[in-house]
Design a protein around this ligand. Structure first.
Ligand SMILES: [Zn+2]
Length: 398
């Protein structure tokens, strides 16, 4: 059994201890101590990392009453060692965790929503609620949490021996089947609930609480939030992003959104105009292509290469070249890719079969059946020779 010093003082980042066991494991050793400041992987949040003597501790897990510190080297049993954890990492996780208490209390107090899940990663944290809230409600919850944090109330923990003793406490949620000792964490003036993790001493230490994501989840919702430096870093990233956009549009930060919306509208209009222009252009383009078709046994065979025509336009172009009995194979080179379309009308040849021959010749992929097939291939310098071979093949099968 390891004495868990983080339960007594969450701001204790080092201690002296004695090594009580050292067991080899997959990629190092499990070290056990008589006492430790390490918090293990538990309750949806990551463990502490740090050092025991010179040994680097990359992880800490719980095995019933034991704490197992994953070490990069063996330590002699009985050795007196100095134990220290990464205090910045611990404090950051405590900010998120205590912030979760406050946010959960606000959701419960304001809207009767219950926290049903918590996950803390090293760069974000999520909180799951059992019912959906509107965006305005989430903002209200965030405002209240920040007001409560600013009151700088004390965060304290007290252990109780039985469930009977906590029955009448004003807890946010009463869990069943708890094992003694039952630890109740209370935030002065607001939250009280069972919890076994370390917390900051006062709510002011949480810093700013910012909810940055809202998603529907299992009939309720999942909120992504950031506390303390994480919220500050997020604000800086958002400011940098807006400034980059504003500079790109040669406007002030306040006008960046309007500038982006204006350009999006202009782009949408330009795409519509381009589509209409292509439709007109392609009528002439198709007529010109048809002059290059060869008539074989009464079938118009058109096999040509065009440039910078995307797959959608290529298909429309192929349709415009059709006649009563025709086979059209168009290849379009754009960058490093060649798109192709195979279109038939009034003949028995299956374009799916022709597509197999095209894929084989070009090293491409794609397919179809009956009168239509399409696909793409990486561009090769011998494209024109290959298309000439495919043209001979098409003339044979009609
Ligand atoms: Zn807690």
């Amino acid at each position: 059994m390891t004495e868990r010093l983080y339960l007594q003082d969450s701001m204790l980042f080092s201690c002296e201890a004695v090594v009580t066991a050292c067991t080899p494991c997959d990629d190092g050793f499990w070290i056990e101590l008589d006492r430790s400041v390490f918090f293990p992987n538990k309750g949806g949040q990551p463990c502490d990392t740090g050092k025991i003597g010179d040994a680097v501790i990359s992880s800490c897990d719980e095995d019933e009453k034991r704490l197992l510190h994953r070490s990069d080297r063996a330590l002699p049993v009985g050795a007196k060692v100095f134990v220290t954890i990464d205090s910045e990492r611990r404090f950051d996780i405590m900010q998120q965790h205590t912030g979760e208490h406050l946010l959960s209390w606000c959701a419960w107090k304001l809207f009767g929503a219950t926290n049903v899940g918590f996950h803390c990663a090293l760069d974000y944290a999520t909180l799951d609620l059992d019912k959906p809230l509107t965006h305005e409600q989430v903002l209200e919850m965030e405002r209240l949490a920040n007001r409560e944090a600013a009151k700088n109330g004390a965060v304290t923990a007290k252990e109780y021996a039985t469930e009977e003793e906590i029955r009448d406490l004003p807890l946010r949620k009463h869990a069943e089947g708890l094992t003694a000792p039952i630890r109740i964490v209370t935030i002065e003036g607001s939250d009280a609930c069972t919890c076994c993790a370390p917390h900051v001493h006062r709510t002011g230490e949480i810093g700013q609480l910012k909810i940055v994501g809202e998603l529907p989840y299992k009939g309720g919702m999942r909120l992504t939030f950031l506390c303390g430096n994480r919220a500050l870093s997020h604000a800086q990233r958002m400011q940098d992003a807006v400034e980059t956009i504003a500079r790109r549009f040669s406007t002030a930060r306040e006008n960046a959104v309007a500038a982006v919306e204006k350009q999006a509208d202009e782009l949408s209009d330009a795409k519509k105009e381009l589509k209409q222009a292509y439709a007109s252009l392609d009528a002439y383009f198709a007529a010109e292509l048809c002059t290059r078709a060869e008539t074989v046994r009464g079938v118009s065979v058109l096999v040509e290469t065009v440039e910078h025509v995307d797959a959608k336009r290529l298909r429309a172009l192929a349709q415009k070249t059709q006649s009563a009995r025709s086979l059209t194979a168009l290849f379009s080179k754009s960058g490093d890719t060649v798109s192709y379309i195979l279109s038939a009308n009034g003949i028995s040849a299956d374009m799916g079969e022709v597509a197999k021959a095209v894929n084989l010749a070009l090293g491409g992929k794609g397919g179809g059946r009956g009168t239509l097939a399409q696909g793409s291939a990486p561009y090769r310098s011998d494209l024109s020779e290959t298309v000439a071979q495919l043209k001979r093949y098409c003339c044979q099968i009609v």
